[in-house]
Design a binder for this molecule. Structure first.
Ligand SMILES: O=C(O)CCC(=O)C(=O)O
Length: 280
């Protein structure tokens, strides 16, 4: 289904979820299940990439010191949080049908947006994120419950703070800090993302991963659209963070994806939002 979920009504949300089961190939499913990630090259058109970059830089300049403070700030890193609140182009990012098909493959039919953030490794930074699972999540008896999607706004190279990950570790049922003596150290089985701007990487976020140091003179920018299963708290409680004006104009399908009318989410996210896999 190619239509944007943002334009669909609630009934269509369920038919979207059914139709999207056929939207990805057996190979892609197997890759995501076994290895824990799928790479979608040339996914963001050059025009969309330019608009996203421009909007992000404008928001960062506007927010100044408080940028990212709806969630957490990170050393040697520019962050923006709560981006669904910042314009329709971000609503389209979280509701991208092809991406949602992959998310559904990881999380099952009942999932929601957990957060939409921007993250950019500063030039000449030596900060290496420890290998982590997002929000410190370990699969439970119902299976996987977190899935993260990295939207590359710049080329990711071996030197500029790219993401590293250890394929297959989403199936260990363990957090890296439980197993590794130093989760910030290089891992013998790690792979790094070497892809061009416009690529989207869908990751089972139980797979051990983290950003590396940026040794170049340029920022390395990405958006992270992060999803969780419906029975878990959102990382950023959307109903509390989105302005009334934004909530008012969202379509029923987007309201569903953001869990704006979901008492279970209110119960969970009002008490338990804000978790991180490694930031204090
Ligand atoms: O930006 C990246 O390369 C990875 C970021 C990440 O894993 C995180 O912030 O949790």
């Amino acid at each position: 289904m190619q239509a944007n979920i943002g334009k669909l009504c609630t009934a269509d949300y369920h038919s979207f979820m059914n139709a999207s089961k056929n939207a990805i190939s057996q190979n892609e499913k197997q890759q995501l299940d076994q290895e824990g990630y799928v790479i979608l090259r040339d996914f963001i058109t050059p025009e969309r990439l330019e608009v996203l970059r421009h909007s992000i830089e404008a928001l960062y300049a506007e927010q100044g010191e408080r940028a990212g403070s709806e969630y957490r700030q990170e050393p040697q890193t520019r962050r923006l949080a709560n981006l669904v609140n910042c314009g329709e182009l971000f609503e389209q990012v979280v509701a991208e049908p092809k991406v949602l098909s992959f998310v559904q493959q990881v999380l099952g039919d009942e999932f929601k947006l957990s957060s939409l953030n921007f993250r950019s490794a500063n030039p000449y930074s030596n900060w290496v994120q420890p290998l982590h699972c997002d929000v410190g999540a370990v699969p439970d008896d119902k299976g996987f419950w977190v899935c993260n999607v990295i939207w590359l706004l710049d080329d990711f190279t071996a030197d500029n703070g790219t993401t590293r990950f250890v394929p297959g570790t989403h199936r260990t049922g363990k957090l890296p800090q439980e197993v590794l003596s130093d989760p910030a150290a290089p891992h013998p089985d790690e792979k790094i993302v070497l892809e061009t701007a416009g690529t989207v990487v869908v990751m089972n976020a139980h797979m051990w991963h983290g950003a590396t140091a940026n040794r170049t003179a340029h920022h390395r920018r990405a958006l992270h659209s992060f999803y969780c299963r419906a029975d878990k708290p959102q990382q950023q409680y959307q109903k509390q963070l989105l302005s009334p004006e934004v909530q008012e104009r969202l379509s029923p399908a987007l309201r569903k994806l953001l869990a704006l009318d979901d008492p279970l989410n209110d119960e969970l996210s009002s008490k338990l939002s804000g978790a991180s896999g490694f930031l204090k």
